[in-house]
Ligand binder design. Structure first.
Ligand code: TXA
Ligand code: MG
Length: 330
């Protein structure tokens, strides 16, 4: 399959581009599109055959449910069986935006492979003009996981999507770099108090400011995953990633030690390390890009510098720990 890439960042209202994307999705095909977090790989969430193409293109395990995207709070309420007052308050406070609500799903609306046969569904209204334009025109709920090959870092640029999805999907809407760079916060609203399953740009404190106490999945379940997706390896470049305290002396010593053993070292850090074979920046916006850049080098090992005053519940730390599979350099 030939993969067409259309640049949409400068002309979000280009009618024929949207018509093409809408035709593909209504016809049961897959289109990649930008959101404010990361790029999504979208298909009609009511069409099981269409949704199976997403799993196939990503190589995603079928027990990992997908997030459904809609264009409004009203559309989200239509997709759910019952919606609590707290859920409605979060929709008003954070949508459109980087918050996914797990709600009881309306029976028989979604294809079973969207929800991995669960009776709940993850829903959000993305805050990106291209995603919203597409959703408004298609008038269907769009199931869309991040548009990367399963296990690889999520795509924050159209090029990343093309790298992973070339010849696997018919169309990529390239809207340039995504603003936030890390996937949405996922909160389970079917639990009381609600539970944050995946930390993201919308923080626990911001959520508690609207609905009061919520819990973090890590506090309740330890390492046992509640969100099905959390048990799989994530965001991993080819070379192993090790976390290391971002201390100049420590990292310089580690580089020297590794290079002494003939290893090539890539460092991810806000600070420059000229001794390293490769250095890439590290922030929410650059994390996934930098991990992907490591794959274009011959680095044997990646050191990811984390600040000494880090917050273990921070979304950056959460993604870094996954990319490193919790390994620390010592
Ligand atoms: O920012 C985002 O959320 C991006 C953009 C494209 O919207 N999407 C995204 O989707 O990150 P995905 O499929 O890569 O991650 C979905 C996460 C997974 O960890 C999955 O297990 C969890 O949400 N999830 C989805 N439905 C769920 C459900 N019903 N119950 C529990 N967890 C669910
Ligand atoms: Mg993903």
């Amino acid at each position: 399959m030939n993969t067409e890439v259309i640049l949409v960042d400068k002309n979000v209202n280009k009618e024929e581009t949207y018509t093409q994307a809408v035709d593909i999705i209504r016809g049961g095909g897959v289109v990649a599109f930008p959101t404010e977090t990361v790029y999504g790989l979208g298909a009609d969430a009511t069409n099981g055959e269409a949704v199976s193409k997403i799993f196939e293109a990503k190589g995603r395990p079928s027990d990992n449910p997908l997030i459904v995207h809609v264009d409004s709070k009203e559309a989200a309420v239509q997709c759910a069986d019952s919606v609590s007052d707290k859920a409605l308050q979060l929709m008003d406070a954070f949508w459109p935006g980087a918050l996914t609500l797990i709600l009881k799903s309306r029976p028989d609306l979604f294809a079973p492979n969207v929800t991995a046969d669960l009776d709940t569904v993850g829903i959000r209204v993305p805050n990106h003009p291209v995603a919203l334009n597409l959703l408004k025109r298609v008038q269907l709920p769009i199931a869309a996981p991040s548009a990367n090959t399963s296990g690889k870092p999520s795509p924050t640029l159209g090029e990343h999507v093309y790298h992973d999805m070339e010849d696997k999907i018919p169309l990529i809407l390239d809207g340039g770099a995504t603003k936030i760079g890390i996937e949405s916060t996922v909160i389970d609203m079917t639990a009381e108090p609600p539970v944050i399953l995946r930390p993201g740009n919308v923080t626990k404190e911001q959520i508690e400011g609207v609905i009061g106490t919520v819990r973090l999945s890590a506090e309740i379940h330890g390492n046992a995953p509640k969100s099905p997706g959390m048990k799989y390896t994530h965001y991993a470049p080819d070379a192993p990633v090790y976390l290391i305290e971002d201390d100049n002396k420590l990292i310089t010593m580690a580089i020297g030690h590794l290079q002494g053993k003939g290893k090539k070292v890539a460092v991810l850090s806000p600070t420059e390390y000229p001794e390293a074979d490769y250095h890439f920046p590290l922030s929410a916006e650059t994390l996934y890009s930098s991990l992907r850049k490591c794959d274009m080098t011959d680095a044997d090992l990646i050191l990811a510098g984390v600040p000494a005053d880090r917050d273990d519940n921070d979304f950056m730390m959460n993604r870094l720990e996954k990319a490193a599979d919790h390994k620390w350099f010592s």
